[in-house]
Design a protein around this ligand. Sequence first.
Ligand code: OAD
Length: 248
Amino acid sequence: MERNINIPKEIVRSIAGATRVIALTGAGVSAESGVPTFRGEDGLWRNYRAEDLATPEAFRRDPKLVWEWYDWRRTLLAPLAPNAGHFALAEMESRFDDFTLITQNVDGLHRMAGSANLVEMHGNIWYTRCLREGDVRENRDVPLAPLPPLCTRCGGMVRPHIVWFGESLDPDILDRALFSTRQAQVFIVAGTSAMVQPAASLAGMAKQNGAIVIEVNVEPTPISGMVDASLQGSSGSVLPELLRIIDV
Ligand code: OAD
């Protein structure tokens, strides 16, 4: 079959023979679904200050403002659907004995596409967390009413179930991400600027542990120089091609 992406033959062979595969995704994978990325020309952090909207201090200062911003993002996300990149990653799960998808995305599109072995490193915008009892609950209301929303159990204040700047990741989630990264024979990193830790270190960690690292991005990133194959293109076209290569 004619291939548009150029991957050295030995890498293709390694992918085909791999049993433990990881994919790490970032906002770029959802871009073709219409979800704004964070950095870059139209990125959210170009128009909004993270310090005002995505920190525990901002929430303490003005929970309504923070919730209004999340409500706006939820409203924008609600009609959107997974794209070919999400579906290709969901398909990959059935192609390997052990496939884990680690995502920094909070939009829920990977699960909607069918990914089940999923680690949502930064939480999920469709869940709230009670400040009093830590109760995590799905909430699909768009728009949110009341705003800010209240805990349906105790009536107390809830926050978005999202990791904010200055906060640590859930230790169990981090352990899962680190454990699977250390086991990986192939590590695919797609649609992330590789600027935010600890996600940004995972590809390097996988490589140190002997994995073949394949990057998919529309432009070079800080990790492009160390990967085994840097596939430049949109994830919605490159990931399905990668799947076809695996299947040949
Ligand atoms: P960024 O916005 O930093 O990076 C998006 C990346 O996707 C860039 O490298 C783009 O070149 C690339 N990209 C854009 N469109 C693409 C496409 N169609 N196909 C492939 N690549 C494409 O997003 P993240 O790296 O995900 O954290 O950002 C990491 C974290 O920073 C986010 O999870 C968020 C943010 O602050 C939290 O909210 C906690």
